[in-house]
Design a protein around this ligand. Structure first.
Ligand code: PAF
Length: 282
């Protein structure tokens, strides 16, 4: 597996692959890789001859009060996992390569970036959209694979790619979960053993809400009960909402079809994100 930290090296590799007619898949990550990321790499492998995984903890998507320095990092462990997963190139730019002195251009997403995480973390999706656009341009990938765990992020990226006519396909992969249902996330490492045991209540309550809604229970009281239940389980609930899957607009009572249940809840300082598809019958 090649490891590149400078744009020249990355471009030499991708230029040669493209000249040989190889299809390139990109898996953008911030490192601290777990089985969820490796499922993205495996999907990338199925979709292209060449797999590039980027590891870059993107300062632009952290808010001033969010602790960028405390984001989990494990470069040696990540590279080992990527080698074992059959990744062809690890793209590990430094912040100065990604944002050279004087860099001033950003991608400001709207539409699905509005509300939910967009409200909780103002500027976060600007950082995500900017870095992903740069990663797409730097690698010239034909396809990029993202997890559905960050559902809103995936919709923002799809919108940016469509709006900027970027010539790549975006693939979303269902969330990978631990045996007790908790969505895999690098943030789970920061849960204490007691919090980790409690965290499974989040997916459990989401499944119960999805089932109740699919059976025809009205959304507003079902969501309100689940919020109270999560608070009783010890979570600080940032939001638990039913939305239109691709626009992220709030679901209106009486609407039918495919919806998405979104939740963000805190255990101590750790924010856990999760979501599930829900089908509401007419
Ligand atoms: O989901 C993530 O890990 C990050 O938001 C991403 C897409 C790698 C951009 O920094």
């Amino acid at each position: 597996m090649r490891i590149e930290r400078e744009l020249e090296g990355l471009r030499a590799a991708t230029g040669a692959w493209r000249a040989a007619g190889r299809r390139i898949a990109l898996v953008p990550t911030m490192g601290a890789l777990h089985a969820g990321h490796l499922a993205l790499v495996a999907e990338a492998r199925r979709r292209a001859e060449i797999v590039i995984t980027s590891i870059f903890v993107n300062p632009l998507q952290f808010l001033p009060h969010e602790d960028l320095a405390r984001y989990p990092r494990d470069e040696a462990g990540d590279l080992e996992k990527l080698r074992a997963a059959g990744c062809d190139l690890a793209w590990m730019p430094t912040p100065a390569v990604m944002y050279p002195p004087g860099a001033a251009t950003v991608v400001e997403p709207a539409g699905p970036a509005e509300g939910w995480e967009g409200d909780e973390r103002p500027g976060h999706f600007r950082g995500v959209a900017t870095v992903c656009t740069k990663l797409f341009m730097m690698t010239g990938a034909d396809v990029a694979v993202f997890g559905e765990k960050d559902w809103q992020q995936l919709q923002v990226i799809r919108r940016v790619v469509a709006d900027l006519h970027l010539p790549l396909e975006i693939v979303g992969l269902p969330t990978v979960r631990d045996a007790d249902g908790l969505a895999l996330s690098s943030r789970n490492q920061r849960l204490s053993p007691e919090q980790r045991a409690r965290a499974a209540a989040l997916p459990r309550r989401l499944r119960a809400v999805a089932k109740a809604l699919a059976e025809g229970r009205p959304a507003a009281p079902t969501l309100a009960e689940a919020r109270e239940g999560l608070a009783a389980d010890g979570f600080g609930v940032d939001y638990l909402a039913l939305v239109v899957p691709h626009t992220l607009k709030p679901w209106t009572e009486g609407q039918h079809g495919e919806a998405r249940l979104l939740a963000t809840a805190r255990l101590g300082e750790v924010r856990l994100l999760d979501n599930l598809p829900v089908f509401l019958r007419g």
